[in-house]
Design a protein around this ligand. Structure first.
Ligand code: D41
Length: 687
């Protein structure tokens, strides 16, 4: 170890600035400046230098976000300004009453008052104190007067500035806000916990609170926590802002994230409109909210209104219906997916959860049932959040003695009676029936006939079900032996539709190798993998002949996918089906693997909000197949943004930056045109 020279010190300063700027761009502006790889490289370089020269380590170094060694416990921290609670308003009349009361106290017409509205984030509240621009301490809300000092944990959040941005930070500022976890991150966190036997959380709020109270900050550092500022509790010297919204704008300059739906409105109608509008957006936001926080915007009027007990008179929380409801578990049924995975589904006494009637909820798998300790007849809590499938989160009240029934996971497939298998170390149980199982067969046929596979026009879900229920088609090859006369026996199949279907089947026989491989429905083999296999091996026979090692040599194929591919082609019934398909005239050009047109290559797209005609994953897959990259955030380089209902900051950002925005209808028509290969690739151009 040597004394750091000036060059090393400069490098440290530069790396820190670049890393903090990258954090800010990524976590606050949603506009990444560095790729993950570049970020990691710079962070490792900084860690390396600091490792060699520990005297250079400062508490605000980005390396310190990774987490310091475990603490003994958390110190008590007394809040200099108490963290108040909020009164609630449960309907529009209570909003009007709040406006009227505020007006009366201020001796003016409440309907002329300006209010700052924002979503009430359903996370856990914390307070951050900055001294001379540097994060000095952070604490939980606790009972409002005393919280727990969790500074080291809060430092691990990349949306918590370690140093305030801007040339002249205030001498002292205390910023309060909510720590949250987005739905997709929360689902991934729980899914991993279910696989690895870790702690499964009931909802993002519990996950956020639990993660912040970890004694080991290195654990907190792995949790996808976000800090969203909503209040300045103290600021010295007084910057002279006159409104709450002005202070919030100032916070963004200091490097904080504030909710992008924050808005100033006037009078009770303005508030009611905002609440209705946000209620409609709620399911598409991608994070939990439980209402709207309404604040008198004028800070002088806030002071004039003051407090009652422990809640301000100048603010109120309009509450949305709860996302969790209690109901009775009436039964459990089992669904069989395309790959045989058996999913237990809770059949519930129907209950309205946040505006939607829920009668079914996911129980994930056998381990989850054991973890919940749930029995039929129990009263259970159901959570429905956004577009995530409703889930059973816990037992609230066990069934009365004598009424409880154990949930017995089937050892035989509920559809075909085949043995249910569960591979050691895997959470999922599967039906071993393969294409013998009608449930798997239906899904496999749907996949086979799908637009991105053999694209058999007119062979929809209902028709497939009928063909399989009548046992007319046992393997996909049998589809090509159907004749029009036979098809007219099916309900709603006239002569014309039957002939059309036969013609569509004939047309579908001419395909490409990647489509054919994809159509086979091999586990974990999506379009991209099918493409890679086709490109790498050139012919189907070469793929069939490949061993595990040869398969692992293909781009983006790891041992698990290689194993699935290898196993698939080892099974004689699969090889027979392939032979039969070829015998029926299914063909493709072997040597010259036809590349799909990639009109979007080099472009980055962003999907935001909910789509109705497809899942976001599907939209992503279709864009990727056309050569596009799909990113999580908008930047100047984004080629286009697809915005469904509930689109939030990404849409605003796209509009600010002049990035073209498509709604779902436009997106679909472009997609279809690109897939046909007949339209310009620039989203800005008219179709
Ligand atoms: O999003 C929130 N959860 C939120 C909570 C918010 N956006 N603003 C809030 N503002 C306040 C006051 C009016 C006291 C500054 C709050 C809360 N309080 C709050 N959350 C929990 C207790 C109080």
């Amino acid at each position: 170890m040597s004394q750091p020279d000036a060059k090393t010190r400069d490098e440290v300063t530069r790396l820190r600035a670049e890393l903090e700027d990258a954090n800010y761009r990524y976590y606050v502006l949603d506009d990444p400046a560095l790729t993950d790889a570049e970020y990691d490289r710079k962070l490792r370089r900084l860690q390396e230098i600091e490792g060699d020269h520990p005297e250079l380590v400062t508490p605000d170094s980005p390396t310190q976000r990774v987490g310091a060694p475990p603490a003994e416990g958390f110190p008590e921290v007394e809040h200099a300004v108490p963290m108040l609670s909020l009164d609630n308003a449960f309907d529009e009349d209570e909003i009007r009453a709040f406006v009227r009361r505020a007006g009366e106290r201020l001796e003016r017409d409440g309907e002329t008052l300006a209010f700052c509205c924002e979503p009430k984030l359903d996370g856990t509240a914390v307070s951050l104190v900055y001294e001379n621009g540097e994060l000095a301490s952070g604490a939980t809300r606790g009972d409002g007067r005393t919280g727990e000092g969790i500074t080291t944990n809060l430092r691990t959040l990349r949306s918590v500035p370690l140093k305030l941005r801007g040339a002249t930070p205030p001498g002292l500022i205390e910023v309060r806000g909510e720590v949250t976890i987005a739905h997709d991150k929360f689902e991934a966190l729980n899914e991993r916990a279910r696989q690895e036997g870790g702690k499964v959380f009931a909802n993002p709020r519990n996950a956020a609170a639990g993660s912040l109270r970890q004694l080991d900050p290195r654990i907190t550092a792995t949790r996808p926590l976000e800090f969203n500022a909503y209040q300045v509790a103290r600021i010295e010297p007084d910057p002279g802002e006159e409104t709450h919204s002005g202070l919030m704008a100032r916070l963004t300059d200091y490097g904080f994230r504030i909710n992008n739906l924050l808005q100033v409105v006037h009078g009770s109608q303005g508030l009611i409109d905002y609440c209705r509008d946000l209620g409609e957006k709620r399911d598409g936001l991608g994070y939990d909210i439980d209402g709207v926080v309404i604040k008198v915007d004028d800070l002088r009027l806030q002071r004039e209104l003051g407090f009652v007990a422990r809640a301000p008179r100048w603010a109120v929380a309009f509450k949305f219906p709860a996302q969790e409801q209690v109901t009775r578990l009436n039964d459990v049924e089992y669904q069989v997916g395309r790959t045989g995975a058996i999913t237990p589904v809770a059949r519930l006494e129907p209950v309205a959860v946040a505006g939607v009637t829920v009668a079914n909820a996911s129980l994930h798998n056998q381990d989850e049932i054991a973890r919940l300790g749930v029995k039929i007849g129990d009263r259970v809590s159901i959570r429905r959040a956004g577009d995530v499938i409703p889930q059973v989160v816990r037992v609230v009240e066990p069934a009365p003695a004598g009424d409880a029934r154990d949930i017995v996971f089937p050892s035989q497939c509920p559809v075909c009676g085949s043995e249910v298998e569960r591979i050691e170390g895997e959470a999922v149980a599967r039906c071993s029936g393969g294409l013998y199982c009608p449930a798997q067969r239906k899904e496999a046929f749907r996949h086979f006939a799908g637009r991105r596979a053999l694209d058999i026009d007119g062979l929809g879900e209902k028709l497939i079900d009928q063909l399989i229920e009548r046992d007319w088609v046992k393997t996909p090859a049998a589809l090509f032996r159907l004749d029009a006369a036979q098809l007219t026996e099916l309900p709603r199949m006239g002569r014309k539709s039957s002939e059309n279907l036969v013609a569509a089947l004939d047309k579908a026989k001419r395909t490409t190798l990647p489509r054919f491989i994809y159509a086979l429905g091999i586990r974990e083999v999506g379009e991209a993998t099918a493409n890679n296999l086709a490109r790498h091996f050139g012919t189907l026979d070469a793929i069939i002949a490949a061993d595990q090692a040869a398969l692992e040599a293909v781009e983006d194929i790891g041992p698990i996918v290689a194993h699935h591919v290898h196993t698939f082609f080892q099974q004689s019934h699969n090889l027979e089906t392939i032979e039969d398909l070829r015998a029926q005239g299914v063909r493709w050009e072997e040597a010259a693997v036809e590349e799909r047109p990639q009109p979007l290559s080099g472009q980055t797209w962003v999907l935001t909000g909910t789509l109705e005609s497809m899942t976001r994953d599907e939209g992503k897959a279709r864009l990727t197949a056309l050569g596009a990259k799909v990113a999580g955030s908008v930047s100047k380089k984004t080629a286009g943004v697809v915005a469904g209902p509930g689109a939030g900051s990404k849409l605003d950002k796209a509009e600010q930056m002049g990035v073209p925005v498509l709604d779902e209808r436009e997106f679909l028509s472009r997609l279809e045109a690109w897939e046909r290969g007949d339209t310009p690739s620039t989203p800005g151009e008219a179709t």
